[in-house]
Design a protein around this ligand. Structure first.
Ligand SMILES: [Zn+2]
Length: 63
């Protein structure tokens, strides 16, 4: 697993650019564990437990 990708600290989303497309912030962390791919937030218990409303790739734990 690569830990070089950066994750938004607010919504735990993996971000490619300089700002999070969900939060529009640049509060990133490279200390994360686990990944989850959310395709259907409304139909996913994981998404609801993580308060994810936008489809995408997220980390399960972010420091
Ligand atoms: Zn975010």
């Amino acid at each position: 697993m690569s830990s070089k990708e950066k994750v938004c600290r607010d919504c735990k989303r993996f971000v490619q650019g300089n700002t999070c497309p969900v939060c529009r912030q640049s509060n990133f962390s490279r200390s994360w564990k686990g990944t989850v791919l959310i395709v259907d937030p409304e139909g996913s218990e994981i998404a609801q437990s993580l308060s994810i409303t936008v489809p995408g790739k997220y980390a399960l734990w972010v420091r």
